[in-house]
Design a protein around this ligand. Structure first.
Ligand code: SAH
Length: 249
């Protein structure tokens, strides 16, 4: 069975496809200093099933374009947005983050949680700058080393998965070099990984394995996801997601 289809089957039932939480979103909204006195136009890039879009729509006076390359996630987002009564504020768009069909200067906020790695942080933040209005804000989360040094096992794993992984100071320099003015950075706390992401993911992994007992592809997916969870638990003092907030300079 096709691996992408299985990953969609695994992740679609989840309310988020990466670490994060309501509290973290609230903290990022505060750090971004969003002007809540007027209607904001927001792009949620790599929105998945819409954790951020739905929450932002409930919290702010906002018109949100939720972008993802996988239509089943957008279908799920649509159902969840309807259930939450915020579907009127969210437009869904199936598109690649590498080739967004927007005019320049359209957005007050570019929001992207756990997704920019798909095109690489440096390339992503550079390409998205043009979408922001003057003084628009970028809010982006990215896997980040928490210390200058780390054990070889976790270094090798992440460098293999995502060679662009780096410390926050390097990510912040990339934002500056791309033409942003950094406003702040914080790391996602432990419950954003455990309660919000890994615990529900472990439930889905067990159910996926149960539904496809004969599938070698499923075994490989389940094994590799469990290995990543175990590594994160072991090395959480060295690696987390960073939330970066920056304005168009
Ligand atoms: N922001 C969501 C989802 C994060 S998972 C959350 O925090 O829960 C990463 C998302 O990026 C997935 O939904 C995946 O389908 C999407 N994605 C991957 N490559 C993409 C691309 N090239 N263009 C747009 N979306 C992409």
């Amino acid at each position: 069975m096709d691996e992408l289809k299985l990953l969609v089957e695994l992740y679609r039932p989840m309310s988020r496809q990466g670490p994060g939480s309501h509290r973290t979103l609230e903290r990022a909204v505060d750090l971004a200093g969003l002007d809540c006195s007027r209607r904001l136009r927001i792009a949620d890039i790599g929105c998945g099933t819409g954790a951020a879009s739905i929450e932002l729509a409930g919290r702010l006076d906002a018109e949100i374009v939720a972008v993802d390359s996988l239509s089943p996630f957008l279908d799920e987002l649509n159902e969840r947005a309807q259930a939450a009564g915020v579907d009127g504020a969210i437009t869904m768009l199936e598109a690649s983050m590498e080739d967004l069909p927007f005019e320049n200067g359209q957005f007050d906020v570019i929001w992207s949680e756990g997704a920019v790695y798909n095109m690489g942080f440096a390339a992503g933040v550079s390409a998205w700058l043009r979408l922001l209005k003057p003084e628009g804000v970028l809010v982006v989360s990215e896997i980040t080393w928490l210390t200058a040094d780390r054990p070889a096992e976790i270094d090798d794993f992440w460098t293999g998965e995502y060679p662009e992984i780096d410390v926050a100071s390097a990510k912040i320099a990339q934002l500056e070099n791309a033409g942003y003015s950094p406003r702040g950075y914080f790391t996602l706390p432990e419950p954003d990984w455990e309660e919000e992401f890994y615990e529900p993911l472990e439930v889905q992994l067990a159910e996926l394995a149960d539904r496809h007992q004969e599938s070698a592809t499923v075994s490989e997916i389940v094994e590799s996801q469990r290995r990543e969870i175990a590594l994160q638990r072991r090395y959480r003092d060295y690696v987390s997601y960073g939330m970066y907030v920056a304005t168009a300079a």
